[in-house]
Design a protein around this ligand. Structure first.
Ligand code: UT7
Length: 323
Protein backbone atom coordinates (compact mmCIF):
# COMPACT_ATOMS: atom_id res chain seq x y z
CA UNK A 1 0.00 0.00 0.00
CA UNK A 2 1.10 3.54 -0.72
CA UNK A 3 -0.38 7.01 -0.97
CA UNK A 4 -1.08 9.18 -4.02
CA UNK A 5 -2.13 12.79 -4.53
CA UNK A 6 -5.31 12.26 -6.55
CA UNK A 7 -7.27 14.88 -8.50
CA UNK A 8 -10.70 15.42 -6.93
CA UNK A 9 -11.69 18.59 -8.76
CA UNK A 10 -10.68 20.94 -11.55
CA UNK A 11 -11.94 24.35 -12.64
CA UNK A 12 -10.96 27.45 -14.52
CA UNK A 13 -11.79 31.09 -15.05
CA UNK A 14 -11.24 33.21 -18.14
CA UNK A 15 -11.79 36.97 -18.19
CA UNK A 16 -14.83 38.13 -20.15
CA UNK A 17 -12.92 40.16 -22.73
CA UNK A 18 -11.89 38.13 -25.78
CA UNK A 19 -9.32 39.78 -28.06
CA UNK A 20 -9.03 38.34 -31.60
CA UNK A 21 -5.77 38.58 -33.58
CA UNK A 22 -7.33 41.25 -35.80
CA UNK A 23 -7.36 43.64 -32.78
CA UNK A 24 -3.58 44.05 -33.15
CA UNK A 25 -3.64 44.79 -36.88
CA UNK A 26 -4.16 48.55 -36.63
CA UNK A 27 -1.83 48.93 -33.64
CA UNK A 28 1.37 47.19 -34.77
CA UNK A 29 2.78 45.77 -38.01
CA UNK A 30 1.24 42.29 -37.79
CA UNK A 31 -1.57 40.19 -39.22
CA UNK A 32 -4.00 37.51 -38.15
CA UNK A 33 -2.38 35.23 -40.75
CA UNK A 34 1.15 35.67 -39.30
CA UNK A 35 0.05 35.12 -35.68
CA UNK A 36 -2.01 32.04 -36.62
CA UNK A 37 0.63 30.44 -38.81
CA UNK A 38 3.63 31.08 -36.50
CA UNK A 39 1.94 30.34 -33.14
CA UNK A 40 -1.50 28.76 -33.68
CA UNK A 41 -3.07 31.55 -31.60
CA UNK A 42 -6.39 32.98 -32.82
CA UNK A 43 -7.64 34.85 -29.75
CA UNK A 44 -6.85 35.41 -26.08
CA UNK A 45 -8.62 36.78 -23.00
CA UNK A 46 -7.49 39.98 -21.28
CA UNK A 47 -8.39 40.78 -17.67
CA UNK A 48 -10.67 43.77 -17.12
CA UNK A 49 -9.25 46.93 -15.59
CA UNK A 50 -8.82 46.24 -11.88
CA UNK A 51 -9.28 42.49 -12.28
CA UNK A 52 -6.38 40.74 -10.54
CA UNK A 53 -4.59 37.42 -10.63
CA UNK A 54 -5.83 36.42 -7.18
CA UNK A 55 -9.45 37.21 -8.05
CA UNK A 56 -9.24 35.01 -11.14
CA UNK A 57 -7.47 32.29 -9.14
CA UNK A 58 -10.21 32.31 -6.49
CA UNK A 59 -12.88 31.87 -9.18
CA UNK A 60 -11.03 28.86 -10.61
CA UNK A 61 -10.74 27.42 -7.07
CA UNK A 62 -14.46 27.77 -6.44
CA UNK A 63 -15.14 25.74 -9.59
CA UNK A 64 -12.66 23.02 -8.52
CA UNK A 65 -14.13 22.92 -4.99
CA UNK A 66 -17.65 22.66 -6.42
CA UNK A 67 -16.64 19.67 -8.58
CA UNK A 68 -15.14 17.99 -5.50
CA UNK A 69 -18.15 18.88 -3.33
CA UNK A 70 -15.81 20.43 -0.75
CA UNK A 71 -15.73 23.70 1.20
CA UNK A 72 -12.67 26.00 1.43
CA UNK A 73 -12.00 24.95 5.03
CA UNK A 74 -11.68 21.31 3.89
CA UNK A 75 -8.39 22.36 2.21
CA UNK A 76 -5.02 22.38 4.01
CA UNK A 77 -2.77 24.08 1.46
CA UNK A 78 -3.06 26.57 -1.40
CA UNK A 79 -0.23 26.91 -3.91
CA UNK A 80 -0.48 29.55 -6.63
CA UNK A 81 1.92 29.34 -9.55
CA UNK A 82 2.25 32.86 -10.91
CA UNK A 83 4.74 35.48 -12.09
CA UNK A 84 2.09 38.22 -12.01
CA UNK A 85 0.87 38.33 -8.41
CA UNK A 86 -1.34 41.29 -7.44
CA UNK A 87 1.32 42.79 -5.14
CA UNK A 88 5.00 42.21 -4.42
CA UNK A 89 3.75 40.69 -1.16
CA UNK A 90 1.76 39.11 0.39
CA UNK A 91 1.52 36.11 -1.90
CA UNK A 92 -1.36 35.72 -4.33
CA UNK A 93 -2.05 32.44 -2.51
CA UNK A 94 -2.85 34.15 0.80
CA UNK A 95 -5.11 36.56 -1.08
CA UNK A 96 -6.92 33.57 -2.60
CA UNK A 97 -7.17 32.07 0.90
CA UNK A 98 -8.85 35.24 2.20
CA UNK A 99 -11.06 35.59 -0.91
CA UNK A 100 -12.33 32.02 -0.40
CA UNK A 101 -13.04 32.75 3.27
CA UNK A 102 -10.65 30.00 4.32
CA UNK A 103 -9.47 30.43 7.91
CA UNK A 104 -7.10 27.48 8.32
CA UNK A 105 -4.22 25.82 6.51
CA UNK A 106 -1.35 27.58 4.72
CA UNK A 107 -0.80 29.27 1.37
CA UNK A 108 2.20 30.31 -0.73
CA UNK A 109 3.24 31.15 -4.29
CA UNK A 110 5.60 29.29 -6.61
CA UNK A 111 7.44 31.28 -9.29
CA UNK A 112 8.77 29.21 -12.18
CA UNK A 113 7.13 31.32 -14.91
CA UNK A 114 5.53 29.20 -17.66
CA UNK A 115 6.70 25.99 -15.93
CA UNK A 116 5.15 27.19 -12.65
CA UNK A 117 2.18 24.82 -12.66
CA UNK A 118 4.36 21.74 -13.10
CA UNK A 119 6.59 22.94 -10.22
CA UNK A 120 3.53 23.69 -8.05
CA UNK A 121 2.03 20.25 -8.76
CA UNK A 122 5.31 18.66 -7.74
CA UNK A 123 5.37 20.67 -4.47
CA UNK A 124 1.75 19.79 -3.67
CA UNK A 125 2.53 16.12 -4.33
CA UNK A 126 5.48 16.31 -1.92
CA UNK A 127 3.36 18.01 0.77
CA UNK A 128 0.68 15.34 0.48
CA UNK A 129 3.04 12.37 0.36
CA UNK A 130 4.97 13.69 3.39
CA UNK A 131 1.77 14.07 5.40
CA UNK A 132 1.93 17.88 5.63
CA UNK A 133 -1.38 18.34 3.83
CA UNK A 134 -4.33 16.10 3.09
CA UNK A 135 -5.89 18.36 0.47
CA UNK A 136 -4.22 21.02 -1.66
CA UNK A 137 -5.52 23.53 -4.18
CA UNK A 138 -2.92 23.95 -6.93
CA UNK A 139 -3.54 26.97 -9.10
CA UNK A 140 -1.95 28.57 -12.15
CA UNK A 141 -3.09 32.18 -12.56
CA UNK A 142 -1.66 35.02 -14.60
CA UNK A 143 -2.31 38.53 -15.91
CA UNK A 144 0.48 38.63 -18.50
CA UNK A 145 -1.37 41.43 -20.33
CA UNK A 146 0.03 43.70 -17.59
CA UNK A 147 3.68 43.00 -18.52
CA UNK A 148 3.49 43.35 -22.31
CA UNK A 149 5.45 45.84 -24.38
CA UNK A 150 2.60 46.76 -26.73
CA UNK A 151 5.07 47.95 -29.34
CA UNK A 152 6.98 44.64 -29.47
CA UNK A 153 5.15 42.59 -32.10
CA UNK A 154 7.33 39.58 -31.32
CA UNK A 155 5.74 39.16 -27.87
CA UNK A 156 2.55 41.17 -27.31
CA UNK A 157 0.46 39.06 -29.71
CA UNK A 158 1.30 35.82 -27.89
CA UNK A 159 0.08 36.11 -24.29
CA UNK A 160 -3.26 36.08 -22.49
CA UNK A 161 -4.80 36.05 -19.00
CA UNK A 162 -6.66 33.38 -17.05
CA UNK A 163 -6.59 30.88 -14.18
CA UNK A 164 -7.03 27.16 -13.62
CA UNK A 165 -7.08 25.07 -10.45
CA UNK A 166 -6.80 21.44 -9.39
CA UNK A 167 -7.87 20.05 -6.04
CA UNK A 168 -5.57 17.22 -4.97
CA UNK A 169 -6.38 14.79 -2.15
CA UNK A 170 -4.34 12.25 -0.23
CA UNK A 171 -5.61 8.80 -1.26
CA UNK A 172 -4.64 5.24 -0.40
CA UNK A 173 -3.25 3.42 -3.45
CA UNK A 174 -1.67 0.14 -4.52
CA UNK A 175 1.67 1.49 -5.71
CA UNK A 176 1.38 0.60 -9.41
CA UNK A 177 1.00 2.66 -12.58
CA UNK A 178 -2.73 1.85 -12.48
CA UNK A 179 -3.18 4.06 -9.41
CA UNK A 180 -5.07 7.31 -9.88
CA UNK A 181 -3.15 10.44 -8.92
CA UNK A 182 0.33 11.85 -9.49
CA UNK A 183 2.68 9.02 -10.50
CA UNK A 184 5.92 10.93 -11.03
CA UNK A 185 7.47 14.35 -11.60
CA UNK A 186 10.63 15.62 -13.33
CA UNK A 187 11.91 19.17 -12.75
CA UNK A 188 14.83 21.14 -14.23
CA UNK A 189 16.20 24.66 -14.45
CA UNK A 190 19.27 26.27 -15.99
CA UNK A 191 19.85 29.89 -14.98
CA UNK A 192 22.48 30.40 -17.66
CA UNK A 193 19.63 31.02 -20.11
CA UNK A 194 17.96 33.83 -18.16
CA UNK A 195 18.57 36.39 -20.92
CA UNK A 196 16.40 34.71 -23.55
CA UNK A 197 13.12 35.15 -21.61
CA UNK A 198 12.74 37.62 -18.75
CA UNK A 199 10.99 40.74 -17.48
CA UNK A 200 13.26 43.79 -17.51
CA UNK A 201 12.04 45.21 -14.19
CA UNK A 202 11.27 44.24 -10.61
CA UNK A 203 11.24 45.40 -7.03
CA UNK A 204 14.97 46.18 -6.83
CA UNK A 205 14.80 48.32 -9.94
CA UNK A 206 11.59 50.04 -8.78
CA UNK A 207 9.83 49.27 -12.07
CA UNK A 208 7.34 46.64 -13.14
CA UNK A 209 9.14 45.96 -16.39
CA UNK A 210 7.91 44.25 -19.53
CA UNK A 211 8.48 40.81 -21.00
CA UNK A 212 11.50 40.35 -23.26
CA UNK A 213 11.95 37.21 -25.33
CA UNK A 214 14.29 35.87 -27.97
CA UNK A 215 11.52 33.77 -29.48
CA UNK A 216 13.64 31.63 -31.79
CA UNK A 217 16.08 30.70 -29.01
CA UNK A 218 13.28 29.79 -26.59
CA UNK A 219 11.62 27.78 -29.37
CA UNK A 220 14.84 25.82 -29.92
CA UNK A 221 15.14 24.92 -26.22
CA UNK A 222 11.43 24.09 -26.00
CA UNK A 223 11.37 21.50 -28.78
CA UNK A 224 14.42 19.75 -27.33
CA UNK A 225 13.70 19.94 -23.57
CA UNK A 226 9.95 19.27 -23.48
CA UNK A 227 10.10 15.91 -25.20
CA UNK A 228 13.18 15.00 -23.11
CA UNK A 229 11.46 15.70 -19.78
CA UNK A 230 8.24 13.96 -20.84
CA UNK A 231 10.27 10.91 -21.89
CA UNK A 232 12.23 11.00 -18.61
CA UNK A 233 9.03 11.06 -16.53
CA UNK A 234 7.51 8.16 -18.44
CA UNK A 235 10.77 6.20 -18.30
CA UNK A 236 10.84 6.43 -14.49
CA UNK A 237 7.55 4.50 -14.59
CA UNK A 238 8.64 2.06 -17.29
CA UNK A 239 6.13 3.65 -19.69
CA UNK A 240 6.35 5.31 -23.10
CA UNK A 241 4.24 7.42 -25.46
CA UNK A 242 2.00 4.45 -26.36
CA UNK A 243 0.74 4.30 -22.76
CA UNK A 244 -0.34 7.95 -22.73
CA UNK A 245 -4.02 8.79 -23.19
CA UNK A 246 -3.50 12.57 -23.22
CA UNK A 247 -0.56 14.89 -23.52
CA UNK A 248 -1.54 18.21 -21.89
CA UNK A 249 1.29 20.55 -22.86
CA UNK A 250 2.03 24.13 -21.89
CA UNK A 251 0.20 26.14 -24.54
CA UNK A 252 2.80 28.51 -25.98
CA UNK A 253 2.97 27.61 -29.65
CA UNK A 254 1.13 25.01 -31.74
CA UNK A 255 4.35 24.22 -33.64
CA UNK A 256 6.14 23.36 -30.38
CA UNK A 257 3.18 21.25 -29.26
CA UNK A 258 3.13 19.34 -32.58
CA UNK A 259 6.86 18.77 -32.53
CA UNK A 260 6.77 17.43 -28.95
CA UNK A 261 3.81 15.16 -29.74
CA UNK A 262 5.66 13.79 -32.77
CA UNK A 263 8.75 13.05 -30.69
CA UNK A 264 6.53 11.26 -28.15
CA UNK A 265 4.93 9.24 -30.95
CA UNK A 266 1.54 10.71 -30.10
CA UNK A 267 -1.05 11.60 -32.75
CA UNK A 268 -2.58 15.07 -32.31
CA UNK A 269 -5.97 13.57 -31.39
CA UNK A 270 -4.36 12.56 -28.09
CA UNK A 271 -3.16 16.09 -27.32
CA UNK A 272 -5.25 18.75 -25.57
CA UNK A 273 -4.84 21.99 -27.51
CA UNK A 274 -6.27 25.30 -26.28
CA UNK A 275 -3.59 27.72 -27.51
CA UNK A 276 -5.90 28.91 -30.31
CA UNK A 277 -8.42 30.23 -27.76
CA UNK A 278 -6.28 31.21 -24.76
CA UNK A 279 -2.90 32.24 -26.21
CA UNK A 280 0.04 31.69 -23.88
CA UNK A 281 -1.25 32.15 -20.31
CA UNK A 282 2.08 31.10 -18.74
CA UNK A 283 1.52 29.14 -15.50
CA UNK A 284 -2.24 29.09 -16.09
CA UNK A 285 -2.08 27.30 -19.43
CA UNK A 286 -1.87 23.69 -18.20
CA UNK A 287 -4.70 23.84 -15.62
CA UNK A 288 -6.79 25.77 -18.18
CA UNK A 289 -6.15 22.99 -20.71
CA UNK A 290 -6.90 20.24 -18.15
CA UNK A 291 -10.14 21.92 -17.14
CA UNK A 292 -11.15 22.50 -20.76
CA UNK A 293 -10.31 18.88 -21.64
CA UNK A 294 -12.52 17.62 -18.81
CA UNK A 295 -15.36 20.02 -19.65
CA UNK A 296 -15.22 18.89 -23.34
CA UNK A 297 -15.48 15.23 -22.30
CA UNK A 298 -11.99 14.44 -23.66
CA UNK A 299 -10.25 13.63 -20.35
CA UNK A 300 -11.97 10.87 -18.40
CA UNK A 301 -11.40 9.12 -15.10
CA UNK A 302 -8.53 6.64 -15.37
CA UNK A 303 -6.78 8.38 -18.29
CA UNK A 304 -2.97 8.54 -18.17
CA UNK A 305 -1.84 12.14 -18.67
CA UNK A 306 1.60 13.58 -19.29
CA UNK A 307 1.91 17.30 -18.85
CA UNK A 308 5.01 19.39 -19.62
CA UNK A 309 6.10 23.04 -19.66
CA UNK A 310 9.08 25.34 -20.16
CA UNK A 311 9.56 29.02 -19.44
CA UNK A 312 11.78 31.78 -18.12
CA UNK A 313 14.82 30.70 -16.17
CA UNK A 314 14.95 28.54 -18.08
CA UNK A 315 12.79 26.27 -15.95
CA UNK A 316 11.08 23.17 -17.32
CA UNK A 317 9.59 19.87 -16.26
CA UNK A 318 6.82 17.31 -16.54
CA UNK A 319 4.31 15.40 -14.44
CA UNK A 320 2.66 12.06 -15.17
CA UNK A 321 -0.67 11.49 -13.48
CA UNK A 322 -3.66 9.22 -13.83
CA UNK A 323 -6.91 11.21 -13.79
O1 UT7 B 1 5.87 30.26 -22.67
C1 UT7 B 1 7.24 30.38 -22.58
C2 UT7 B 1 7.89 29.75 -23.70
N1 UT7 B 1 7.74 30.57 -24.88
C3 UT7 B 1 7.72 29.98 -26.06
O2 UT7 B 1 7.74 28.79 -26.11
C4 UT7 B 1 7.78 30.84 -27.27
C5 UT7 B 1 8.77 30.27 -28.24
N2 UT7 B 1 8.89 30.99 -29.48
C6 UT7 B 1 7.92 31.06 -30.40
O3 UT7 B 1 6.82 30.62 -30.18
C7 UT7 B 1 8.26 31.65 -31.76
O4 UT7 B 1 9.65 31.86 -31.84
C8 UT7 B 1 7.51 32.98 -32.06
C9 UT7 B 1 6.02 32.71 -32.30
C10 UT7 B 1 7.71 33.95 -30.91
C11 UT7 B 1 8.08 33.61 -33.31
O5 UT7 B 1 8.06 32.71 -34.40
P1 UT7 B 1 9.35 32.49 -35.33
O6 UT7 B 1 8.96 31.60 -36.41
O7 UT7 B 1 10.46 32.05 -34.41
O8 UT7 B 1 9.58 33.92 -35.91
P2 UT7 B 1 10.85 34.88 -35.74
O9 UT7 B 1 10.91 35.44 -34.36
O10 UT7 B 1 12.06 34.24 -36.30
O11 UT7 B 1 10.42 36.03 -36.73
C12 UT7 B 1 10.29 35.79 -38.14
C13 UT7 B 1 9.92 37.10 -38.78
C14 UT7 B 1 10.85 38.24 -38.40
O12 UT7 B 1 11.01 39.06 -39.52
P3 UT7 B 1 12.35 39.00 -40.42
O13 UT7 B 1 13.47 39.32 -39.46
O14 UT7 B 1 12.40 37.59 -40.92
O15 UT7 B 1 12.12 40.03 -41.44
C15 UT7 B 1 10.09 38.97 -37.34
O16 UT7 B 1 10.44 40.33 -37.25
O17 UT7 B 1 8.62 37.49 -38.37
C16 UT7 B 1 8.67 38.82 -37.83
N3 UT7 B 1 7.67 38.95 -36.78
C17 UT7 B 1 6.39 39.28 -37.02
N4 UT7 B 1 5.74 39.53 -38.17
C18 UT7 B 1 4.43 39.81 -38.09
C19 UT7 B 1 7.83 38.78 -35.46
N5 UT7 B 1 6.66 38.98 -34.82
C20 UT7 B 1 5.76 39.31 -35.79
C21 UT7 B 1 4.38 39.60 -35.75
N6 UT7 B 1 3.76 39.84 -36.93
N7 UT7 B 1 3.66 39.64 -34.61
Amino acid sequence: MTRRAMVRGVGHYLPERVVPNAWFEDKIDTSDAWIKSRSGIERRHFAAEGETTSQMAAKACRAALAMAGLAPDDVDAIIVATSTADLTFPSAATMVQAELGMTRGFAFDVQAVCAGFVFALSQANALILSGQAERALVIGAETFSRIMDWEDRGTCVLFGDGAGALLLEDTEAVGTNDDRGILTTDLHSDGRHRDILYVDGGVSTQTTGVLRMQGKEVFRHAVEKLAATAHASLEKLGLNGDDVDWMVPHQANLRIIKSTAQKMGLPMDRVIVTVQDHGNTSAASIPLALSTGVANGQIKQGDLIVTEAIGGGLAWGSVVLRW
